[in-house]
Design a protein around this ligand. Structure first.
Ligand code: PGA
Length: 262
């Protein structure tokens, strides 16, 4: 069985001082536990080094929320994969819908970034998900299938094992988002899994974690995790306070334990 993943992206929240407090509390919690959940947090760039240092030698992976696809050059304000790795990052989120909406990211730039991340030994966490209008017109499947295929264009199967997908329907994200029902999420996770199978075969496709994100909270987490092909949760608001994240970790641990003995 796939391991279960739980991670949070902080978006543009937390100064490095606040991040330090969060990471310190989280490190203290995880050091006292034997957890089976794969955990990660994605602070802003400015807090990456401090958070990675505090969580070093714990099972919490630390990553960034974006990066440039080039390794260096005249790209004012941008950050490269090797810069992230140098700060202790192990993974990098790519193509979040807010990046697509506000900063012009496309499926093609996500693909370039997936390659750059893999070259730098970072785990790419590629975000896909349809806008509400695509769902209304009945083309959510095609939309997401296309995103997955372009994100992985020219990625050989040998490198695929280090990749994670997050299905985050645009209509489910943020303050005004409506969480996908477990059935809606499961249906799209199946589409993603099938696309991966088509591209790389069943064995390889099964190894790729597909996480759900979009208004995940403690009330809907268990229902989502019970669905086939949902290998974990990617949480925003409901994990920006460390106590909330810790409670979410405990909840996921309980669900996973029940899943293992079911
Ligand atoms: P949310 O954010 O949980 O606050 O909806 C999810 C995300 O954007 O990844």
């Amino acid at each position: 069985m796939q391991q279960v993943w739980l991670g949070t992206g902080w978006k543009m929240n937390h100064t490095s001082r606040e991040a330090e407090d969060y990471a310190t509390a989280l490190a203290m919690f995880v050091r006292g536990q034997s957890l089976v959940t794969r955990l990660f947090i994605l602070p802003p760039f400015t807090a990456l080094a401090v958070v990675a240092e505090i969580l070093r030698d714990t099972q919490v992976m630390v990553g960034a929320q974006n990066m440039h696809w080039q390794s260096r050059g005249p790209f004012t304000g941008e950050i490269s994969a090797s810069m992230l790795a140098g700060c202790g990052a192990q993974l990098v989120e790519l193509g979040h819908s807010e990046r697509r909406e506000h900063f012009g990211e496309t499926d093609y730039s996500v693909n370039a970034k997936v390659h750059a991340a893999l070259d730098a030994n970072l785990v790419p966490l590629a975000c896909v998900g349809e806008p509400g209008i695509e769902r209304e017109f009945g083309v959510a499947d095609e939309w997401v299938r296309r995103q997955v295929k372009i994100a992985l264009h020219n990625v050989p199967s040998a490198r695929l094992t280090r990749t994670i997908f997050a299905y985050e329907p645009v209509w489910a994200i943020g303050e005004r988002g409506i969480p996908a029902t477990p059935e809606q999420a499961a249906e799209m996770h199946r589409v993603i899994r099938n696309t991966l199978t088509e591209l790389y075969g069943t064995g390889a496709a099964r190894e790729i974690p597909i996480l759900y994100g979009g208004s995940v909270n403690r009330d809907n987490a268990a229902g989502l995790l019970k669905q086939p092909n949902i290998d974990g949760l990617f949480v925003g608001r409901a994990a920006w306070q460390v106590d909330d994240f810790i409670q979410m970790i405990q909840l996921v641990e309980n669900v996973t334990a029940r899943r293992a003995y079911a």
